[in-house]
Design a protein around this ligand. Sequence first.
Ligand SMILES: Cc1cc2nc3c(=O)[nH]c(=O)nc-3n(C[C@H](O)[C@H](O)[C@H](O)COP(=O)(O)O)c2cc1C
Length: 199
Amino acid sequence: MNTIRLHQPILDQGLTVKQAMMRRHSTRDFFSKPLSLDTMSEVFWAAYGVNRSEGKRTVPSVYGLYPLEIYGFTAQGVFKYNPEDHTLTEISDKDLRAKSGSQDYVAGAPLDIVIYSNYDKFSTGNSEVDSAVKGNEDRLSLLDAGAVTENIYLYCSSEHINVVERAMVDKNALSDALDIPASSHFIVAMSVGYPPIPA
Ligand SMILES: Cc1cc2nc3c(=O)[nH]c(=O)nc-3n(C[C@H](O)[C@H](O)[C@H](O)COP(=O)(O)O)c2cc1C
């Protein structure tokens, strides 16, 4: 399987955080052109990338457990993001974008992102941690995912890239297509792409 080495983010370009918040919005129209490797790299880094030498991330996570698993669907295949070394691992060479959502625009978006939570990450062997998180896996996963999706929204806003968050997904069909283990639970999806060229 192919591994794609992503680029490091360029930190001194884009809008201020406040400007990005001001223009954040959902858009469901996309130019079919694939995202550049630079853009893909920054989308995944914004989502769940490492931002400190000790390996912590762009989003907070309870006890630093980082239960989320982030997949990217493109015309070239399906890739899993590895935050630790900022790479993508190919898990399918098929174009499965249409499986990642039930709305028409999803199949034509250059990048569809799907977020799962691996509930095994909530079993650490540390009794204090495990008793704090046990029974709260759904809530804690949703909180992480909310931070991830907002980071992607703000990054896209800052770079004038179109994006929408999506809950309308046939999660069983999707998990079957990807052969996702039972310990991983679908949380939410997003579509990302450059704006269409004005007519
Ligand atoms: C959890 C969540 C699920 C959503 N699911 C969908 C969806 O399945 N399809 C869609 O087109 N938009 C979806 N949206 C986008 C919302 O429709 C959108 O955020 C809302 O209309 C407000 O518009 P704005 O994002 O431009 O402020 C979702 C948003 C959130 C936060």
